[in-house]
Design a binder for this molecule. Sequence first.
Ligand code: DON
Length: 599
Amino acid sequence: MRSPIERYLRDLHQELTGLTDGVPFQNIPGMADADPGDFAICLATVDGHVYEVGDSRTEFTIQSISKPFTYGLALEDHGLDAVDRKVDVEPSGDAFNEISLARDTGRPANAMINAGAIAAASLIKGSGGRDGFGRILDIHSRFAGRSLDVSERVFASESATGYRNRALAHLLRSFDVIEDDPERAVENYFRQCSILVNARDLALMGATLANGGRQPLTGEQVVDLETVQRMLSVMLTCGMYDDAGAWTSAVGLPAKSGVGGGLMAVLPGQLGISVYSPALDRHGSSVRGIAAARRLSAEMGLHFVKAARIGRSAIRAHYPITDAPSGVRRGQEAADLLTEQGHRAQLVELHGDLLFAGAESVVRHVSSLPDEVEIVLLDVRKVDEVNDVALNLMEELRRTFEVDGRRMAVIDDAGRISEVLCAGRTPLFPGSTEAIEWAEERLLRRHGRPGLVPRTVALPDFAALVPLSAEQIAALEERMEDREYDDGDLIRRSGQKFGGIYFIVSGRVATSTVRDGHRVRYTTLGPGMTFGEIALGGGAPVRVRAEEKVRVRLLSADAIERLERDEPELALALWKAVAVDAYTRVEQNLQEVAVRDRD
Ligand code: DON
């Protein structure tokens, strides 16, 4: 089936074929014979899908569209400040070949006009066995995702006739903006303008910029995000020269045109767009290119003002834990106390993207909770995107919230938020039931009389042992040994052979693993819970560590082996009970996931 986007692009292409204004570039003799009938439109997504219509594989010279890429390489080589000393970032409002140099310093207005581009080319030195131009060609190829060549014919033609550019290079040398041979700088500039690309290449080069500098097909991070930010900023303000204002208000995308007939535009985060059609307007931009870009922007909503998402609150729901009690059976006194004090613990469910606006909504909500709210359980399982700014804000929120004895806990499957928020002692739970149970106990301890919450759980009260009779539990207990661990002690790690089943009598332990080189927390386990019964982590390096003073009763591997020999029926009953308990826990989590997915 042909996608509606392909159909739309074909219709647009066909309609604009009727536009026959303008002529190919005449100032470089080798380019004057370009076929004004050639016409291609391409869109490349940040995940590497390319829509191509028309002559999308016809090669032409990149010309001025090379300028942001060489500028990007100069920025990577020397850093922003050093490059800024040589080339400014102000729109000149002049034509591309204007002598827009600062009166006193000779600094070109920006790197998109010829003067600035020649200065940028002069900054690229050879290294790693490549000469300066070899490196310029290489960065273009890496943006395109394939190895590009140079049109020697167009290069020779421009080199033979480019008197004005040569004069600009010498003028820049006289101001010491170019510090070495101006001839080398201008020849490299002519060569970069003669790099052969097709419309598909340009769309992918744009998509690489849209994708924060990572080429969508090769996966290579070609330049870093700071460089992309600068490249796109200068393209937006200066990329279309003396047409930049009209372009930005009508199309609203960072872009660059070239007198070869190419045009490349970028919608950050989404798309690279290219058009190829050699007939040019008076600014040196493709007539059909401008027309196609205007139509695409208007009809597909690509102008940066329209493409921006309105920041929405990231808070999906918030309620006191009394609205969703853990279900743990407690005595009447404890139940009454939770009814009375439960509003002090709030569950806040987040969803959607956590960029600045989303994080701001969370920070505002949590900061304005009354002082009597002592616990916030942050359920982040439905959060999609999260950026560094949001992570920093959330971490600062957690720190400020926890300063005066209030506590936060996080509910997460696996993700960057819990990696950051739970790097210290902030507990992480896989589901809301576990988190609410933890919050209930904390409230009971703080507001109930001493001893209301048993800090220790007796063996018959373990969920895992519920199916067993009192006699069976007593028989098991005889085979168990007591173990104590201090805060921070490593209790188990994957790779060790099966060590038995650990019944946590008091204290808390945390399980953690290593992801992308960082240790991240899995979950927090407390009294009444067990671990060790299932092989840890299935390959991931898991650790179990005491979070405070911990007492466990251990049914060791040896004890289990003896039990299987001496009392096989009891052993079978134990394994059944343990399996049912593990299954119930998994099932509970799955149900929560299903409810979340349904919502
Ligand atoms: O330097 C020149 O004049 C050409 N090699 C490139 C000019 C250019 O592409 C202007 N952009 N539209």
